[in-house]
Write a protein of this length. Structure first.
Length: 99
């Protein structure tokens, strides 16, 4: 769902983007072709942000298979962080439900 929202934002705003939008899209897009397009059109910013999101270097180099794999790994890491964040909250809610 988030992937589609970011895509839609990019597709509607890419004609006249603000610097904040460019940064957001490079850090949040999860579509390989759109990341490659962004990397090709904004090489300097892409290079600067690659320290925060290393898969941008792969997108800039046009290594699409590696970008897809890196996106899958990134999504898995984010999912695990999300799961760990919600675990104690869910446990607390479950404890409260049984009281």
């Amino acid at each position: 769902m988030i992937e589609r929202l970011v895509e839609a934002d990019y597709l509607t705003g890419r004609a006249a983007p603000t610097p904040a939008q460019l940064r957001f899209w490079l850090l949040e897009l999860r579509t390989p072709a759109l990341l490659a397009e962004m990397a090709a059109n904004h090489r300097d910013l892409c290079a600067r942000l690659a320290a925060d999101r290393p898969l941008l270097a792969l997108a800039a180099a046009g290594k699409m298979d590696e970008v897809r794999a890196a996106l899958a790994e990134e999504q898995q890491r984010e999912g695990e962080k999300d799961r760990l964040y919600w675990l104690p909250i869910k446990q607390e809610l479950e404890r409260m439900r049984h009281q």
